[in-house]
Design a protein. Structure first.
Length: 318
């Protein structure tokens, strides 16, 4: 499979791979190449495997040229394809947060957790069966550790808030963070007429912790990066302003949660409040889409963010 518009060169040896999950420009995996050695950061679901291997073909790389497969965390839109990809890459090592390693070796609990959130129909359609990785091919990250890829060193920091099993990866060559979901979500359809991106925090189930997320975002910003590489979606500059915008929305999300915590129809109230918050923020940003189009694009996020807020609020009450 040769690269098409789903393989996006970003400079500095970094390539985004649109995994095809849900819709175009929704879910990215990244391929970093340095001195002929390669690393995948995030994989998408198992259905992304042809594109992941096709990216290697398009860049003239063999499967033996891949040293690392690195999920930012083990949610299935980021790591569902890890098992099949590792099976296809005989020399690669998997590098995962220590809290996620057991789920990559035996993904049965991960599957059941996702099943509880998405239901069987969606699991069958979007994710399929998961494949474990042999334990001897799994390494765990440490906060502050670095690994070599070609002539560059990739550095890892732990970034809880979205998930306890989340780390972010610093690339000194591009001066960019690969942020998974820690730095929020930004869809290209919502850019304004000047091409400026809009970003918002994600609170999907089940480990959303707003204060930890705030600390993680500030830790990313402290490196003064030139870019962030979001799984959802793509390379973004203007990182400091995007970070502050995301933190402002995070504060509003927390306020909404506390106001609506005891509502009898809390989940629907959270959905409605998030919808109104996003629309108001996007109008201020200059997004030209209709309200109907915006809410359609954000429908999955609104539902999952409301679910995750509910889990967080219940945990706070305990």
């Amino acid at each position: 499979m040769q690269g098409g518009d789903w393989l996006i060169p970003l400079g500095h040896g970094v390539h985004a791979i649109d995994t095809g999950f849900h819709r175009p420009r929704f879910d990215a995996a990244y391929l970093i190449v340095d001195e002929g050695r390669a690393a995948f950061i995030d994989t998408g679901t198992r259905h992304a495997l042809p594109r992941l291997l096709g990216a290697l073909d398009s860049l003239g790389l063999a499967v033996d040229d891949v040293d690392w497969v690195i999920p930012t965390h083990v949610h299935l839109d980021h790591a569902g394809g890890v098992g099949p990809l590792m099976h296809a890459l005989p020399r690669a090592q998997l590098l995962v947060h220590p809290r996620g390693a057991r789920h990559m070796i035996d993904p049965s609990a991960l599957y059941q957790g996702a099943l509880a959130v998405y239901g069987q129909e969606e699991m069958d359609r979007s994710y399929g069966q998961l494949m474990g990785v042999p334990a001897e091919r799994v390494q765990v990250s440490e906060d502050g550790m670095a690994i070599r890829l070609g002539k560059r060193q990739l550095e890892f920091i732990f970034t809880p808030g979205h998930a306890l099993h989340h780390h972010c990866i610093w690339d000194p060559v591009s001066r960019g963070w690969f942020t998974g979901d820690t730095f929020g979500l930004s869809y290209r359809e919502l850019d304004n007429a000047a091409g400026e991106p809009w970003i918002f925090p994600t609170s999907t189930p089940v480990q959303f912790q707003p204060q930890a997320l705030r600390s993680s975002v500030l830790r990313l910003l402290a490196r003064e990066p030139d870019a962030v590489y979001l799984t959802h979606f793509g390379r973004l500059g203007q990182v400091q302003s995007l970070g502050q915008n995301q933190l402002a929305l995070l504060d509003e999300v927390v306020t909404l949660g506390h106001v609506l915590r005891d509502q009898p129809q809390r989940h629907q109230a959270l959905r409605d409040a998030l919808s109104a918050l996003y629309l108001r923020s996007l109008r201020s940003h200059g997004c030209a889409l209709t309200d109907e189009n915006i809410l359609e694009l954000l429908s999955i996020d609104i539902e999952l963010n409301a679910q995750g807020m509910g889990v967080w609020l219940d945990r706070e009450q305990r």
